[in-house]
Design a protein. Structure first.
Length: 255
């Protein structure tokens, strides 16, 4: 009998938890291209309105406007929509377009909202661009106090292996490693995090350590193991020519 009572009590607690979870108001927030600081300020206002805010790392439907609000047809708090529209205006986001249930194949319960923010001024960058093994100056390696090399005399083939990772928030991450004659140089791994601005057919990368010029995004057709594919390329040049990647090309291949 005691076991049954415990089981019943546990079931009551689980059911109560589920009901509370299902009844909580949540804004599912999609962001492409806006700085995280701006989105966090918006989230704080939504929390004050009584909503939980859950960031969603996913693509915004192409047929949605740059600022969009999606709800259930019988949304439980219709008055909140006018308040959210005012919050967006005060935070300098474009006026939203409102979408109902199932548009864009996105579905929401009667107390939840989908909020979609796409920076229309920012060009969409590929998630990752890979460096095309670029030679670097042996002196640049030797001058790095963190990398101990006793001698660089002789015929060395020195390359950077690097990747650029672009995030929807406007953040960018650069990782690089150095290889000498095909062998990884111990201690040469570097991570750089910064911001990027991509407009029209150009992109600019801003790291604490160096800042690039405005780089052109060019198109190319490249040979792959599955045939010819479209690619996007940028050539890395910094304003002060103070990076180990001067002249390196980065490429992303599309299906």
């Amino acid at each position: 009998m005691q076991i049954n009572n415990r089981f019943k009590n546990a079931m009551v607690m689980i059911i109560a938890f589920c009901l509370n979870a299902c009844s909580s108001k949540t804004v599912y927030l999609f962001n492409t291209g806006y700085p995280l600081d701006s989105v966090n300020q918006l989230s704080e206002q939504l929390v004050l309105l009584g909503y939980e805010v859950e960031p969603v790392d996913a693509e915004i439907p192409i047929d949605f406007s740059n600022t969009a609000v999606a709800t259930h047809p019988v949304f439980a708090k219709p008055d909140d929509l006018a308040t959210i529209e005012q919050i967006l205006k005060e935070q300098h986001f474009p006026a939203p377009h409102f979408y109902q249930f199932a548009q864009g194949n996105h579905f929401y319960g009667s107390v939840n909202i989908g909020l979609y923010l796409r920076n229309g001024e920012q060009t969409k960058m590929p998630p990752v661009m890979g460096g095309k093994k670029c030679k670097i100056n042996a002196g640049d390696i030797a001058d790095d106090a963190d990398i101990k090399i006793t001698s660089l005399k002789g015929a060395y083939r020195i390359f950077n292996d690097a990747t650029l990772e672009f995030f929807r928030t406007g953040d960018v991450k650069l990782e690089l490693e150095v290889y000498i004659n095909g062998e990884y140089l111990e201690g040469s791994h570097r991570d750089y995090t910064g911001k990027y601005i991509a407009k029209n057919k150009t992109v600019k990368l801003m790291f604490d350590e160096f800042e690039t010029q405005t780089l052109n995004i060019t198109k190319a057709i490249v040979d792959t193991h599955v045939g010819k594919r479209n690619a996007r390329r940028i050539r890395f040049h910094t304003l002060a020519k103070n990076s180990p990647l001067e002249g390196c090309m980065f490429e992303a291949i599309y299906d």
